[in-house]
Structures are given as structure tokens and as C-alpha cells.
Design a binder for this molecule. Structure first.
Ligand SMILES: NC(=O)c1ccc[n+]([C@@H]2O[C@H](COP(=O)([O-])OP(=O)(O)OC[C@H]3O[C@@H](n4cnc5c(N)ncnc54)[C@H](O)[C@@H]3O)[C@@H](O)[C@H]2O)c1
Length: 256
């Protein structure tokens, strides 16, 4: 593992990739602070580890996020790594979607990252040490039908993360924005409760471990973007070189 610090904060640590990563880090002796609205999930993550601490925080609340980072720095110690895994993923045709839902997706997936970055990074930058990991998605690069709100939020995460990296590239911190394809986690239940777009569901599905391993590799290699999975790298090139073909596949898959 590329991490040599003592304390990691993980948003969305009550489920999926955040949960797996928290338990991996704790097993390696790292103190972990989870920020999530999912208290049951956080309890499950922390089970068996006295060094995993749970904080019920909605990351869309900038005041609460700032307060919790002050509490963590005061009570647990300096934050060495931040993993921004919290997100929501309802799908649907944009014009049919309640605008409150579309805006909430942006507020959690992008706004939450903004709140965490501005709360966590100033002391980390002052110390000149630490990792800052954000979660975009393949859909942030390759937009497709029925995933407008989520894909837009993940495109915003990508631009934000790229600029954040360049603004702080001489700071001593390591930045990585990961763009996974489908990952086998409970996030897909939200798609199943709304609409499941056929095209991404046909592609490769990774495990949380595979995604985490690719991020650790990118951090070690100083790469600001991680694209886990073979199809992901191919998809990135397809989108750049043949965007019309990518849209054709999306229209054919969804049937409109
Ligand atoms: N699962 C996939 O197919 C997939 C693919 C590409 C990218 N990603 C990204 O990977 C990251 C991890 O996703 P996952 O699959 O582990 O999801 P998940 O649903 O398993 O876990 C997400 C966690 O975020 C928490 N959360 C949601 N809203 C919150 C809020 N307002 N405040 C605090 N916590 C909140 C949830 O309670 C949940 O515990 C996400 O950013 C997701 O967009 C996932």
C-alpha cells in the first residue's frame, strides 16, 4: 500500500468502496474516521476495529463538514489522507427527473467534495503531506442516456480535481481522481430503484479491491487520474477519438 500516514478520513465509509478501504487501512494499523449519513453502515465498517471512528455527517452541510474536520484534527490527530467516496446515483431521463433530485445529485457528489476539500486541505497543505482522493466515474468522461444528473456531477468532480491537483502540485500532497466503471457495491440499488441504463450494465464490473489497488498504484506513481479496468482505458480513447460511435452505442442499447 502506498500510504505511510497515521490517520485517514473516508466519506461514504458506511458502504461499498469506502467501507472496504476503511477496513483495509484499519487492518494496516491506520486510524480511520468515517463520515456518512448511514449510521448502520458505519457501525458495520467499524465492527472489530477500535481504531475506526464514526461521525454522522451530511457532506452537503459545509458548516458540519468544517466542524467535524476540526474535531478530528483536535481529538484524533493530523489528517494524512482523505478519501471522498460518498455519492448518490439515482438515474432517469433528465426531462422526467424532479429537478430537486437532479440538483441533489450535484450537491452531494460535487458540492460534498467542495465542502470536504475546503475543510480538509488547508492544514494538510500547511504540513505539506497527505493524500487527497476524489471519486469521479467513467460516466464523468463518457456521458450516456439516462444518467444525466450523475454523469454531470462526476464531470464536475473531474474538472475540480484536475484543477485542485495543478493548483497544488508543488505542495507535497498527492492527489488522485479515480474514474471507475461499474463496481459491485450497494450504489447500484439506487439505479435499480429508478432506471438501470443498459450500456454500463453490459460492461465490466470491478470489485472495490480492484479500484482501491489501482488508486494506490496511481498515488505511488504520482498520477493524478486512475482509470481502473481494461474497458475503462479503451472507453476513454473511444470518447476522445470517436464520440459519435459512443453515442450510437448508447442510443442502440437504450432503444431511443
Ligand atoms: N459502484 C459503482 O458502480 C461506481 C462506479 C463509478 C464510480 N463510483 C463512485 O465510487 C464512490 C463510492 O461508491 P460506492 O459504490 O461505494 O457507493 P455506496 O452507495 O456503496 O456508498 C456510498 C456511501 O455514501 C454515503 N452518502 C450518500 N450521501 C451522503 C451524504 N450526503 N453525506 C454523507 N454520506 C453520504 C451513503 O450513505 C453510502 O454509505 C462514489 O463516489 C461513486 O460515485 C461508483
Amino acid at each position: 500500500m502506498a500510504f505511510t500516514g497515521q490517520l485517514a478520513v473516508i466519506t461514504g465509509g458506511g458502504s461499498g468502496v469506502g467501507q472496504t478501504w476503511a477496513r483495509q487501512l484499519a487492518a494496516d494499523g491506520v486510524i480511520v474516521a468515517l463520515l456518512d449519513v448511514n449510521t448502520e453502515g458505519m457501525e458495520a465498517t467499524a465492527s472489530g476495529f477500535e481504531t475506526i471512528h464514526t461521525f454522522e455527517v451530511d457532506i452537503t452541510d459545509s458548516g458540519a463538514v468544517s466542524a467535524v474536520f476540526s474535531t478530528i484534527e483536535t481529538t484524533l490527530g493530523p489528517v494524512d489522507r482523505v478519501v471522498n467516496a460518498a455519492a448518490i446515483m439515482p438515474f432517469g431521463r433528465l426531462v422526467d427527473e424532479d429537478p430537486r433530485v437532479t440538483n441533489k445529485v450535484m450537491s452531494v457528489n460535487y458540492g460534498g467534495l467542495v465542502n470536504v476539500a475546503t475543510a480538509a486541505l488547508p492544514p494538510m497543505l500547511e504540513r505539506g503531506y497527505g493524500d487527497f482522493i476524489s471519486f469521479s466515474s467513467m460516466t464523468g468522461i463518457i456521458p450516456g442516456l439516462l444518467m444525466g444528473a450523475y454523469a454531470s456531477s462526476k464531470a464536475a468532480v473531474q474538472h475540480y480535481s484536475e484543477i485542485l491537483y495543478h493548483e497544488n502540485r508543488d505542495s507535497g500532497l498527492r492527489f488522485c481522481c479515480v474514474c471507475p466503471p461499474a463496481v459491485a457495491t450497494p450504489l447500484w440499488r439506487q439505479a435499480e430503484a429508478t432506471v438501470v441504463p443498459k450500456l454500463p450494465a453490459r460492461g465490466e464490473t470491478l470489485t472495490p479491491d480492484q479500484v482501491i489497488a489501482e488508486v494506490e498504484r496511481c498515488l505511488e506513481g504520482g498520477k493524478p487520474f486512475a482509470f481502473p479496468g481494461k474497458q475503462t482505458k479503451f472507453g476513454v480513447w473511444m470518447r476522445r477519438l470517436l464520440p459519435g460511435l459512443v453515442w450510437k452505442a448508447s442510443h442502440e442499447a437504450e432503444g431511443f
